[in-house]
Design a protein around this ligand. Structure first.
Ligand code: S3P
Length: 169
């Protein structure tokens, strides 16, 4: 089977989209793109600053513009932010020419991987676990609907996940 033009990774915060995306890109000989990091580079500020100054709405506008721009980039693996599936207008931008992979991860793993993180504004509050739970309920059906491949990542090393993905793509 020929390789897809693009591979797009979706899933919640702490799913390992960036780590696995970088390794998968190397394996496929594709370029790795991380939409959050490119937004930060373009803006000259980090995500907490963007949320502070422009609100979540401002960040989402930047995210949609970035997904639109990156949707034309071939031979790429794109790691998206966990909320990229929230706007319906993003869906065709995520799907365009792509195999979409949902990195599905338990709540426990998400909590563990995001525990000490200060770069995720949605989790800087008294109940980050409650937030992750609520977001999972809303977003899991969207990730599932968009995905061509659902890959469970719990109790697997990134290397194993990448090997399994290469076999499925
Ligand atoms: C968000 C996830 C973050 C980032 C922003 C909002 C979300 O990306 O885009 O903080 O809404 O889930 P990661 O999934 O890479 O942490």
């Amino acid at each position: 089977m020929p390789l897809p033009k693009r591979v797009v990774l979706v899933g919640p915060m702490g799913a390992g989209k960036s780590t696995i995306g970088r390794m998968l890109a190397k394996e496929l000989g594709y370029r790795f793109l991380d939409s959050d990091r490119i937004i930060e580079e373009r803006c000259g500020a980090n995500i907490p600053w963007i949320f502070d100054v422009e609100g979540e709405d401002g960040f989402r506008q930047r995210e949609t513009a970035m997904l639109d721009e990156l949707s034309g980039e071939e031979r790429t693996v794109l790691a998206t932010g966990g909320g990229a599936v929230m706007k319906p207008e993003n869906h065709p931008l995520l799907k365009k020419g792509a195999v979409v992979i949902y990195l599905k991860t338990s709540l426990e793993q998400q909590v563990e991987r995001t525990r000490k993180d200060r770069n995720r504004p949605l989790l800087q509050n008294d109940d980050p676990v409650g937030v992750l739970k609520r977001l999972f309920r809303i977003r899991d059906p969207l990730y599932c609907r968009l995905a061509d491949i659902i890959m469970y990542t719990d109790r697997k090393s990134p290397r194993l996940v990448v090997r399994q993905l290469v076999n499925k793509i």
